[in-house]
Structures are given as C-alpha cells and as structure tokens.
Design a protein around this ligand. Sequence first.
Ligand code: NAP
Length: 247
Amino acid sequence: MRTLDNKVAIVTGGSRGIGRAIALELAKNGAAVAVNYVSNTDAANSLVKEIEGFGGSAFASQADVSDSSQAKVLVEETISRFGKVDILVNNAGVTRDKTFRRLGEDDWKKVIDVNLNSVFNTTSAVLPGMLEQKYGRIISISSIIGQAGGFGQTNYAASKAGIIGFTKSLALETARSNITVNAICPGFIETDMVADVPAEVLEQIVSKVPVRRLGQATEIARAVYFLVADGNYITGQQLNVNGGLYM
Ligand code: NAP
C-alpha cells in the first residue's frame, strides 16, 4: 500500500518543469493524477505515458486555467474519470518581466490572470467536493519573488504575494473541514522559466544563494508530497524551498 493510493490529484501546469516533477512524485506514491497543460500536448502525453509505464494512473487535460469555465471543465473531467479531487496543486505560472515603466496593461493582466486568478478558478471548482468529503490538500506554488520582490517583476511579485494572502485566508475558513491550504515559495529552480534568464544574471543569483546552486524541480515536488502526506497539522503556511536565499 502506497501513501497516496486512492487519492486523486490535479496538477495545473503539470506538463513541464516543477509541475511535471510534482505530478510524477504524487503518481509514484499512488495518486491518480490529472496533468493539466495549456498548449504543450506532446509533453503532457509523454508524462502520462511515463506514469502509466510504472503502473500509475493519469490523464492529460488541456485547459487554460486563467479562464474560469475551462478550469471548471478540468475539475469536472477529473471527477468523471477518477470520482473526486483530494489534492489540488496550483502550479501553472508565467512571467512577463519588464520594469514598471515599460510594463503594459496586457503584461500585467496576463500574469495576474494565469498566476493568481487561476488559483481562484480551480479552487472554486474543487472546494465544494472537498468540503463534502471533509478532506482536501490545496497547495499553491508561490515564489520567493512574492516575498522579497524582484527587479522588473511587479506583475509577477503581485501575483505570487496574492497567492500567499489567499492561502492564509482560505486556510482559516477550511481548517475545520480537514482541508489544509498551503503555499510553497521556491527560490530559483532549474526549469524552462529560468532558462530565459541571461547566464550572467543567473551566475550572480547563484553566488548569492547560500547553498550555491539552483534548486531542482524534484526538490519542490518532495515539499508538495510532504505537505500532502505528513502535513495534517500544517495549514496557512509558506514553505520556503530556496537554498537559504530568503529567510
Ligand atoms: P515552466 O517550466 O515554464 O512550466 C509552466 C507550466 O505552466 C507548463 O506546464 C505550462 O503548460 C503551464 N501553463 C502556463 N500557462 C498556463 C495556463 N494558462 N493554463 C494551464 N497551464 C499553463 O514553469 P516552472 O518553472 O516549472 O514554474 C512552475 C511554477 O513555479 C510557476 O507558477 C512559477 O511561477 C513557479 N516558480 C518557478 C520558479 C523557478 O525558478 N522556475 C521559482 C519560483 C516559482 P504548457 O507546457 O502547455 O505550456
């Protein structure tokens, strides 16, 4: 018997990077997983194949989670395939980095929609079922940037700080129903998102990280697993997985 046997998880943005590692970690521990993605069908399908290859259950679900009706369909599809949702990982995210003077309304709205409004959309769709079954684990991937700010990242920082406030407030409202709500704040993790950062800027960042390296997606995935499997008394928290960069 694995720890997450009979549990059902949705991982938004599960096709690549951190979300992919989270989906794999949950599936390896027995959860059936809905792998959400927005455009990269091949990546999502290949992850589903990998999960099925070790005897796990998963399906790929295309949905732009910044759109409330698509987020609702993602949740309905998961319930129709697997019967319920126990674990929601709000991981989908984008950047549109620009200094504030150059930041257009589109860049602002896009990042708030995908990173923050999506969290409202998916959580609204899963919460009634979680309240009814008196069990839920909601984990949203915030960022060190939501805590410390980032140059050229007013939109991204606002979206990630918004997740932290959302998490604390919802945790208060759902604790009595055995639903925990937490955020994970990664530092700089080696994924496609960070691949856009110029090498010299990355070198500077790494030189400031006390452990002197970038984080790995699997290290965020292990933190998600910890909150799901051993976090019964942990709610409303920000778990920092950042190599000591922000304390
Ligand atoms: P990534 O490699 O760029 O992957 C982003 C994922 O989000 C992809 O699966 C993408 O799907 C999906 N996605 C984007 N827009 C979406 C939408 N509208 N609806 C549904 N899915 C959508 O990013 P990552 O580095 O793994 O980051 C994952 C999360 O961690 C993000 O929230 C990010 O802000 C956060 N984070 C990352 C870092 C870091 O250093 N990497 C640090 C702190 C926090 P497609 O494959 O279909 O494009």
